[in-house]
Ligand binder design. Structure first.
Ligand code: HEM
Length: 196
């Protein structure tokens, strides 16, 4: 996809589906998180929504627009550590798409959310509910699954806190409001950027 330039300073980076995906994930993840004690039906519905959003993102990461593709932003661990080192020197190269550290966080978030969604579906499968009911997963020990489910839910929350901290630090280092970019889809154009 070619980049559509509407003003000289900014370019369209995040397509509408990426942005709707992101903010829907924020809402549904927190909804699932806060309803897990007393609102089990709502918790399960929010959990399904999270799982569907992640399933969509996995597909969109392969067939989506340029900066939505995993092949555009997922980098080897060496590139991630190099970028983290550059963050410590407060001098980072400009990326139009996700920078290597953000990308590693995004992959971690997606994997952790898959673990939460899968274990949640295994727990309810033991009660004959959900898409995994009647499969071999229904025979898994639900108490163990609850422990794993809770662990990954809390781990995801920890990742989210680090993710938001990373967004704030990157916004300061790059001189760009990245939260605004995730809302309007646009980022500043740098002629010396590494992935333009
Ligand atoms: C209010 C809290 C949040 C803010 C302000 C925020 C902000 C952002 C921003 C600015 C980006 C783009 C990063 C970049 O420029 O490279 C991003 C990406 C992302 N965030 Fe968040 N985020 C928040 C909460 C969450 C939560 C709760 C989750 C998951 C449970 C999450 C998952 C992701 C994912 C998966 C991406 C990649 C987007 C994509 O390419 O599809 N975020 N977030």
């Amino acid at each position: 996809m070619s980049i559509q330039t509407e003003t000289p300073q900014t370019v369209k980076v995040w397509d509408p589906l990426v942005r709707v995906f992101h903010w829907s994930l924020v809402v549904t993840f927190f909804l699932a998180f806060i309803t897990e004690d007393d609102w089990m039906n709502l918790h399960i519905q929010a959990g399904y929504a999270v799982a569907l959003l992640i399933a969509f993102r996995l597909v969109w990461g392969v067939i989506g627009t340029r900066y939505a593709r995993f092949s555009q932003f997922v980098k080897a661990p060496s590139a991630v550590f190099k970028y983290l080192g550059q963050m410590l020197t407060l001098k980072v190269p400009h990326h139009l798409g996700h920078n290597p550290a953000a990308a590693a966080m995004i992959v971690s978030l997606i994997v952790s959310i898959i673990m939460v969604s899968f274990t949640g579906m295994v727990i309810i499968a033991a009660q004959g509910q959900g898409p995994l009911a009647g499969t071999l997963f229904a025979g898994f020990n639900p108490e163990w699954m609850e422990e794993i489910h809770e662990f990954f839910a809390n781990f995801t929350l920890l990742l989210v806190i680090l993710h938001v901290a990373g967004v704030i630090v990157s916004s300061l280092l790059e001189g760009e409001n990245l939260v605004k970019s995730m809302i309007n889809g646009r980022k500043k154009y740098h002629s010396e950027g590494v992935d333009k």
